[in-house]
Design a protein around this ligand. Sequence first.
Ligand code: ARG
Length: 462
Amino acid sequence: MQQLWGSRFSKKAEKIVNDFNSSLPFDYKLYKYDIEGSIAHAKMLALQGILKEDEADKIVSGLAEILDEINEEKISFNLEFEDIHTNIEKLLIEKIGETGKKLHTARSRNDQVALDIRLYLRDEIKNIKKLILKVISSLLKLQNEHTETIMPGYTHLQRAQAITLAHHLGAYVEMFKRDFDRLNDCNKRVNVLPLGSCALAGTPHNIDRNKTAELLGFESVSLNSIDGVSDRDFIIETLCAISTIMMHTSRMSEEIILWTSFEFKFAELDDAYSTGSSIMPQKKNPDVSELIRGKTGRVYGDLITILTVMKSLPLAYNKDMQEDKEPLFDGVSTVKTCLEILSPLLLSLKFNKENMLKAVNKGFLNATDVADYLVEKGVPFREAHRICGNLVKYAEENDLTLNELPLEKYREEFEGFGGDIYEKITPYVSVNSKKSAGGCAFDAVKSVITENEKWVFEHENN
Ligand code: ARG
């Protein structure tokens, strides 16, 4: 069979060329968007009098039938026809005859593929957003269960100050909220109609691009036909947003791996979310978290691939751009699987409150509280820091905690220390003293949880 563009060629392309050229093995995934776009295009052409009404009807119902047949797996595509766009057009012509040949009026595969990817991405952005909301809801549930679960907070992976588990998890809630917003922002630039740019210059036919945009639910139409077919920045920024989500899930996974290790013992993995070793019978491995961490590298690779493909392309369309789809599809499906498994994994964790509290009591996590106590007594913070440093040094040398240090020792360093210092530096009082907005005091965290529950509710319902 001849290619749709075959007439100016005197020879058929070699099979190896066809195979190399074909994007069908991966872009077949776009079939429903390709059909959706073609249906809107045909309707617009009819409204503009470019197609007769009955011609458009024939095209639209032919395409709808093809969609059903593909969904029912009744159709096999032909690799010889390069890509999904050509395959569907060929199928249409086979099905409805000559009228099918009119569909490609005032359109090129260049604007067609740009349209299809935008339709695909718009849908997938919605799906990823839903999964983010689910992860946030799971985190909020855990936060509510652990508003008063004390644990060590870290800097440099060294014990730093006491916090609550709710507060720690709340940090991820904020990260995922920003990820959600970032996707919304990307969507503003994805949701623009490129169709009508044609090959690169627009068309002499009297098309109505705003009508097509309206039929497809696009917010606006692209304003430069060269730009409409040339850029893939909307893929790049979405993959960047997706990479950021992966970075957040990876950091969380890293912490789950640490927390469930024998060294930390802050949490235990559920059997259903861990795996064993083929040789060491005692092992319970955090494979799921490790895979999320590992897959993050793959998604960064997807972003770098498309950035590199685009970096020196002259305007307008170049076949290099066919290489946009595999990294995009891979990034999208990877982030979706990772987010999907993260929610139940989080909810299956069993936290060991006792071990977390034990860890808080060793390592001078309350040293800053001693300094803050002195500041309340009027000592300048730098001076308070120095006094407290001496106390820590002494305590460390004598294998004592700050709670065990005798009052006389405190008074040796600063005579204004009172007996109330011991109460001030207990973990509960210490945590609860951080009442600054966004701080770790129980009530401060509880009010943020309530605010974020409202945020989820509002975003789930619009
Ligand atoms: N399969 C092509 C792609 O994904 C579609 C556009 C082809 N355009 C062309 N002028 N060869 O980029």
